[in-house]
Ligand binder design. Structure first.
Ligand code: ADP
Ligand code: MG
Length: 253
């Protein structure tokens, strides 16, 4: 059985893309077959696994808007077992173009239904908004992972996200669950991080992953080399924690 997980938070810079790429790569390193789906027009997951966007023929945009067969858009990455449906800046137009389409919220679900059987996990990297692309992702997903940055105002904006999750559960996808809440970019040298951890745990309780992602400079370098942390620096703290997270997520099957 395959599981579709959306990585969502409408705040930018909280670690959605870093988590999509490295959780996916971690799962693949553990022998799982994983499909990344980049549904952010910025295409950072796409470039983050070493794909030159200029070379992409058809991307997720063509799947959503032009009914291109999703199978024909899947590319391999340097990580064995890790594939991707890429995104390019073309996707920026989709928010508007989808508005007038029939079953516009169901486009991604339909597309992934056709390919998910080949994978253990499908991981969708959402854009930093609660627009139609994120709604498509939550509608297609079995569950959602919410990354939260260990910073001031960590919980700000979360009520809108949780409200969107509830609306999708009610109207489009009653099966959608919150898979887990992931604390990211912890700076162990400050007390602030500890306070944020306590605050988030009070709010989400057992939904918070035991694995907490610290700030690690290798994690921020890896994308510019077009690599996951698992191939870029397998001995780094970043690789260690994302492998740990992969094990934790897999264990909650
Ligand atoms: P989002 O997809 O939510 O916008 P990103 O994953 O792109 O967030 O992360 C924002 C920035 O922070 C990126 O430059 C990324 O490389 C960096 N970053 C993310 N997680 C970490 C981490 N644990 N340690 C250091 N840098 C990180
Ligand atoms: Mg991103």
């Amino acid at each position: 059985m395959s599981k579709i997980i959306a990585i969502a938070n409408q705040k930018g810079g909280v670690g959605k893309t870093t988590t999509s790429v490295n959780l996916g790569a971690g799962m693949a390193a553990l022998g799982k077959k994983v499909l990344l789906v980049d549904i952010d027009p910025q295409g950072n997951t796409t470039s983050g696994v070493g794909i030159n966007k200029a070379d992409v023929a058809d991307c997720i945009y063509d799947v959503l808007i032009n009914e291109v067969d999703p199978q024909d858009t899947i590319l391999e990455t340097q990580n064995e077992g890790l594939h991707i449906i890429p995104a390019t800046i073309q996707l920026a137009g989709a928010e508007i173009e989808l508005v007038s389409m029939i079953s516009r919220e169901l486009k991604l679900k339909k597309a992934l239904n056709a390919v998910k059987g080949n994978y253990d996990y499908v991981i969708i990297d959402c854009p930093p908004s609660l627009g139609i692309l994120t709604i498509n992702s939550l509608t297609a997903a079995d569950s959602v992972i919410i990354p939260i940055q260990c910073e001031y105002y960590a919980l700000e904006g979360l009520s809108q996200l949780l409200n969107t999750v509830r609306l999708v559960q009610k109207n489009l996808n009653p099966h959608l669950k919150i898979e887990g809440v992931l604390l990211t970019m912890l700076d162990a040298r400050t007390n602030l991080g500890i306070q944020v951890i306590e605050e988030v745990k009070k709010y989400f309780q057992e939904k918070v992953y035991k694995t907490i992602i610290p700030r690690n400079v290798r994690l921020s370098e890896a994308p510019s080399h077009g690599q996951s942390i698992i191939t870029y620096d397998p001995r780094s703290k970043g690789a260690e924690v994302y492998l740990e997270l992969a094990k934790e997520v897999i264990s909650y099957e």
